[in-house]
Design a protein around this ligand. Sequence first.
Ligand code: ADP
Ligand code: ZN
Length: 429
Amino acid sequence: MPFWDKKTETLHHEKLEALQLKRLRKTAKICYSRVPFYRRRFDDLGIKPDDIKSLEDISKLPFTTRQDLLDNYPFGLAAVPLEEIVRIHASSGTTGKPKIFPYTRNDLDNWSELMARELYMVGVTKQDVVQLIYNFAFFTGGFGFQQGAERIGSMVIPAGAGNTKRQLTTMLDLKTTVFSSTPSYALHMAEVMEEMGLRGDDLSLRIGVFGAEPWSESMRKKIEFGFGIDAFDNYGLSEMCGPGVCIECEEKSGMHLWRDHFLPEVVDSEGNAVEKGELVLSTLTREGLPLLRYRTGDLTAFVDEECSCGRTHGRISRIRGRTDDMLIIRGVNVFPSQFEDIALGFPGIGDSYQIIVDRKASMDSLNFRVEVTEEIFRGSEVALRDLKNRLERELREGLCVSAVVELVEPKSIQRSEGKAKRVVDLREV
Ligand code: ADP
Ligand code: ZN
């Protein structure tokens, strides 16, 4: 697939690492000299930015957490005078209080460049019509895609979130070829498309870029089939820039993480390097909000093999969920994404689900409420019971904990325009 910036995307490993080291040292110096919070952390650990002599030395640096951002709300971690700040974004607040993120002009420029790199890589060109189905208030998603697609020269439609029928008629009338939304909303659009008597073939779509929440291979297949498109996973978070941190290439096996702007680590809960664990990111070019070793809370692993596409920026695997999504059910660790992996591939099972956790007489109960297809719903009792039993068995084997399956009517679980809410935890803490 095409390169937007071939030289950078295929930079030799040694050169890429040298660039990272140079930028890491610079970021550490800026943090130390301009952000009192970091100076205190460095001093407490008895280290100086000059102690970073190799990339491995990053392990000497302090971690930064979401709580640190909240404690320093609003501008405590900003590393430039406020007059240099030209834009503010804020987190969608899926997990509590909002955090705010200041950008300088260079930050916005780097972000646009990364988004152009990503979109061009999955095949978006000047000829494309790109419809962005994100909430354009505070949230980074839509803006990042807008900036990147505009840099490429595509025709951009900032359609906003929701109003599904209008999204689809816009796609039809303006001949949209590329769209981006959360994967759960894309599935919802596919349902509404069917209700409107439209088929994937009636639209001009060819590419979809999805992210902002965890999704599975079976969801990808459903989206690709429903719209007749190629669907790509893309990951990012407002703490780094928003989308633009990494994306899949045509191999669709892991996302290339842009090492010229971010330095990734994968750690366990104690912060030690591990193969599979929490992604930790340091910014390498960020001016407004440089962050060292930010604990993303997102679970992933490095993909070791070189990629056939020729890009030297190593990949990370699909995000499995967040550390704080983990449910502990009767002592067993369970992630919502595991339900999706097991259930959505089952014939007769629909697209939407909810996991309901409760505690009765000090015993945790786990209910998996999932929609079935129209055909199953209208079919025989026996078939329904059989499906329930089989799914319960698979879940018990896959999760090592038993769950009660509740098969519900198609389209009965509430849809979200942005990130889907999958877990309802009724246990008292
Ligand atoms: P928040 O949701 O915490 O308010 P953001 O709007 O910045 O903040 O969302 C970033 C978070 O969204 C990531 O930390 C991650 O948990 C999730 N996310 C983003 N892209 C993906 C993806 N492709 N797969 C799984 N999770 C994702
Ligand atoms: Zn690749």
